[in-house]
Design a protein around this ligand. Structure first.
Ligand code: SF4
Length: 365
């Protein structure tokens, strides 16, 4: 089988290596682009949330490159993600594409389906090989997340910000062409060294901003308009509240108790939002408070249009900002989001918090 999956930020790097280690032919989803989104918009229900549309575009672009099997995860939570696999399967088949879907739902949703789907992924590999590949994939996920965060840190202090962007672009280009986990690990190490050699201005005192919101929107640069880079170019040190590493830690490695980091966020959110509202709505609220507590200068919530959990979080964040006297900005992203307006809002926000930091009497609205 020629297998593909949706493009979720950096996850394709570990996903590709994982499936290759198991002996599958992988068709990595092409980097998300305006074309991806346009295909998705054209073939998705108008009111679906933005990630749904981008996924549809990913599938079709991968099918055009030869993919015959689509691997995605399922969900049972109270948000639209629980419907993704069913609806997307129908859409793709109604478009006339004859492809298989492997939907990795939690084993709590049905142990037999879970086992059958894992068996399809394992294919002819042994259980030992599978376990080894899972470990390698986890390592790669962590290494790519760490590399991205290192690039954010270096960019905030770099004399030439574009140099950091060029190094990371080279990494993404080479990652797609590299085969297997070992080669990828070597590539990550060499890119890390390049980043560490970038000339920095140690007198820069970067603002610290946390990016909060729904995980996909935070980690997929095309959808969030490359917010990490744009902020880094404004001398901002950026941290994301959710990354694939944090997600795996909470949902897989720390199962069933959950990770300390996420549990802290739930506790912090509790005075404002007690129950799960689907997606990462509760985490978004907890993350804002978390960043305030660790001394960040502000947070930016990225909200994909039509995302119900993030709409709930947005309304709660107003109280958080007021109670904690903490700058919080929400940026809604959809197919109509223009880059110029997005950049202007980022610049205005960083200006505002930098003046506030300098001690100006700026009122945060
Ligand atoms: S969290 Fe929001 S954007 Fe993500 S699938 Fe659920 S409704 Fe859609």
């Amino acid at each position: 089988m020629k297998i593909t999956f949706p493009h979720l930020g950096n996850v394709y790097i570990a996903g590709k290596a994982f499936l290759e280690e198991l002996g599958h032919e992988v068709v990595p989803p092409p980097t998300c682009s305006r074309r991806t989104l346009e295909i998705g918009i054209k073939n998705s229900p108008e009111m679906m949330c933005l990630p749904f549309k981008v996924f549809i575009g990913n599938y079709i672009e991968s099918i055009e490159k030869g993919a015959d099997t689509i691997l995605i995860t399922g969900s049972c939570g109270p948000c639209r993600f629980g419907l993704y696999s069913l609806m997307q399967r129908d859409i793709i088949r109604n478009m006339g594409y004859d492809v298989n879907f492997i939907v990795l739902d939690s084993f709590k949703e049905g142990f037999k389906d879970f086992k059958d789907n894992i068996a399809k992924i394992i294919g002819s590999a042994s259980l030992v090989k599978f376990t080894k590949s899972v470990k390698l994939a986890m390592k790669l996920i962590k290494m790519t997340d760490d590399l991205t965060q290192l690039s954010n840190e270096v960019r905030a202090y770099a004399i030439n910000k574009k140099e950091v962007n060029m190094i990371m672009d080279k990494f993404y280009e080479k990652a797609v062409l590299t085969y297997g986990a070992k080669e990828l690990i070597d590539l990550i190490k060499s890119i890390e060294e390049e980043l560490r050699n970038v000339k920095i201005d140690k007198y820069i005192k970067p603002l610290k901003i946390g990016i909060i919101g729904e995980i996909y929107t935070i980690i997929e640069p095309f959808v969030n308009q490359e917010v990490e880079r744009k902020l880094g170019e404004l001398n901002v040190l950026v941290d994301k509240s959710l990354t694939p590493t944090k997600w795996f830690d909470h949902h897989v490695l720390s199962y069933p108790f959950g990770s300390k980091y996420e549990n802290t966020k739930f506790k912090l959110a509790k005075p404002y939002i007690e129950d799960m509202v689907g997606g990462h709505g509760r985490e978004t609220v907890g993350s804002a408070i978390y960043y305030k507590n660790i001394g960040y200068d502000g947070v930016i919530q990225i909200l994909p249009l039509n995302c119900m959990p993030e709409i709930v979080a947005k309304s709660v964040l107003k109280s958080v900002a007021r109670d904690l006297n903490f700058p919080i900005m929400t940026l809604v992203v959809d197919e109509m989001t223009g880059e110029a307006g997005f950049n202007t809002r980022l610049e205005a926000f960083t200006d505002l918090i930098s003046k506030r930091k300098e001690g100006s009497r700026i009122k945060i609205g």
